[in-house]
Design a binder for this molecule. Sequence first.
Ligand code: PGA
Length: 249
Amino acid sequence: MRRKLAAGNWKMNGTTQSLKDLSALGSAHKGSGVDILICPPATLLAPAVQTVSGSDIGIGGQDCHDQTNGAHTGDISAEMLVDAGASAVILGHSERRADHHETSEDVRAKAKAAQAAGLMTVICLGESLLQREATNTLDIIGAQLSLSVPDGATGENLVVAYEPIWAIGSGLTPTPDQIGEVHDFMRTRLERRFGAGVGRSVRLLYGGSVKPENAAEIFAISNVDGALVGGASLSARDFSPIISALEAS
Ligand code: PGA
C-alpha cells in the first residue's frame, strides 16, 4: 500500500511571516493518515523544521547540487539540506529546467546525490502545450522518466510528480483521462525498469493548478497517490482542504 502524499512547493515565496500558516497546518492535520511535505525557500528551511517539530509535516528543499560541497556560488548540496533538517528535495521542476537549463541528465545526477545523502527525491516531469498538441506526450514523459530517475530507486527514496507545464500556475488542468493515461504509463515504465515490487511502491503525484475545488476529482484517478501543489500550498486556508481531500480519498 502506497501512503498518500500532499506536497507543497512554495517556490520563491514566503518569509518568516509564512511560518504561521505552517504552524496552523501542523495543528490541523496532526495524526493525518497521509504524508505532508512542505518545500519552502532555502532561507526558511531551518526555521520551518523548528516550526513543524512535534507535528506530522516534513520539510524539503526545492533543488540541490550534484556535488557535496565546493566552489559553486549560490548552490546548496543535499548534505546541507539534511543538515538543515530536510527529509526530501524536489528535483527537475519545469521552472528549473527552463530558468536554469537543467537537463534530465542533470536531474539524474542531482537525484543520485540526494538519494545518497538520504533524502527522498520528488522528481518532476511534464510536457509543454506544444508537445501535447503534437500528441507525443507519452514519448516525452517516457524519455524524461528514464533519463531523470537514477538506478537504485525504491518506494522510500523516489516520488515522481507529473506536472504538465501548461497546467502550472495557469488554472488549467488536464482531464482525468489525460492524467490517468500518463500515470498508468509511468507506473508501467517503473515496474518494467525496477521490477513490480519497487515499481508499485513508488508514489506518483499530479501537479499543476491543484485547488480545493478540483482536488477530490484528481485524487480519485488511478495511480494518483497525491499532489505537488504550488500556489494553493502557500496558505493553510487553501492547502488544508486539499490535504483533507487526500485523507478522504
Ligand atoms: P501550481 O504549481 O499548483 O501553482 O500550478 C504546481 C507546481 O509548479 O509544482
